[in-house]
Design a protein around this ligand. Structure first.
Ligand code: C2E
Ligand code: MG
Ligand code: MG
Ligand code: MG
Length: 290
């Protein structure tokens, strides 16, 4: 191949490849030690009821700050963690941390808060997943009904007996199940019936486009109507503007999450922000809340 494509091309190609491989190996090495070195923490983003304006829960999101490389986005390291299998140990840590900090926040604020934790496909395949969840609940003291796992449509699509069985066992614990990034995969409503999910999260791409694109607006409206017909609650992700929030209110979306309502922050900052939000009776006050 090198000879055919010429010397220069070959060199450019291999240098890029080498750099990419070296970067990847370095990142993988760093990731392998991130938990032990105390470089990871969880941030929490509020989820707000569009019926009452109150904070109903929060999504736990991993944050990694490397001493030399700085902040590394989950969009970058979660796929790497998936490919290398590191997601299993990192995910377990994240799960335990979210349950413990979630329980502490509930106690401190005296609020009902649902803690939503993301589970990636490889984590879901983990043989002892149900035991890991049970262990996290027992150790943290968090009520199963206050825990929700966020999975993607892909997990439902793999029509395996194993996945169905696992989801049923998780439900039997009393843990809730939500479908993340809904609309971006190939999930059909028949899967939703089969798996009995509690919530759908409309992917942020639709929320963003709905303002300007009537087709995206239609998708949002349709997801809400069909979900309500199936008794499934709908959360809109990535709400960034007042206009987006008003649109979701009009369409009777149940809940919303996004930077307009609250950024993901560390647990201590979440407590302060939730108190402030509560004392202002919510930033939704000026809006037409049902
Ligand atoms: P996700 O579960 O769909 O999480 C929502 C993402 O949207 C988060 O990105 C959040 O910070 C971001 N976001 C929230 N509001 C807004 C907004 O108004 N505008 C914009 N532009 N973005 C907003 P983040 O934290 O970078 O996480 C990316 C993805 O990485 C997550 O997508 C999730 O799939 C994965 N991830 C994050 N934490 C964990 C974890 O603890 N475990 C696992 N397995 N995956 C995680
Ligand atoms: Mg999520
Ligand atoms: Mg999402
Ligand atoms: Mg996602």
């Amino acid at each position: 191949v090198a000879k055919e494509s010429g010397r220069n091309q070959h060199q450019i190609f291999s240098e890029d490849m080498l750099k990419e491989t070296a970067d990847r190996l370095m990142l993988e090495h760093a990731l392998r030690h991130a938990i032990a070195n105390g470089e990871m923490e969880m941030h929490y983003q509020p989820q707000v009821s569009l019926t009452t304006g109150a904070i109903t829960g929060m999504e736990a999101l991993l944050r990694w700050t490397h001493p030399r490389l700085g902040k590394i986005s989950p969009a970058q390291f979660i796929p790497l963690a998936e490919e290398t299998g590191l997601i299993v140990s990192i995910g377990e840590w994240a799960f335990m941390r979210s349950c413990c900090e979630g329980k502490a926040l509930q106690d401190e604020l005296g609020m009902d808060l649902t803690i939503s934790v993301n589970l990636s496909p490889r984590q879901f395949q983990q043989k002892n997943l149900v035991q890991v969840i049970e262990h996290c609940l027992a150790k943290s003291g968090l009520a199963a009904s206050d825990l929700e796992i966020e999975i993607t449509e892909g997990i439902l699509m793999v029509n395996s007996h194993d996945n169905l069985d696992k989801l049923q066992k998780i439900r039997e614990l009393g843990v809730r199940i939500s479908i993340d990034d809904f609309g971006t995969g190939f999930c059909s409503f028949s899967y939703l019936l089969q798996y009995q999910v509690d919530r759908l999260k409309i992917d942020q791409s639709f929320v963003r486009q709905a303002e300007t694109d009537i087709n995206a607006a239609s998708v949002v409206r349709t997801i809400i109507a069909m979900s309500h017909g199936l008794n499934i609650k709908v959360v809109a992700e990535g709400v960034e503007t007042d206009e987006q929030l008003r649109f979701l209110l009009r369409k009777k979306c149940d809940e919303a999450q996004g930077n307009f309502l609250g950024l993901p922050v560390a647990a201590r900052d979440f407590a302060a922000a939730a108190r402030l939000y509560g004392s202002n009776m919510g930033s939704l006050q000026g809006l037409e809340v049902r």
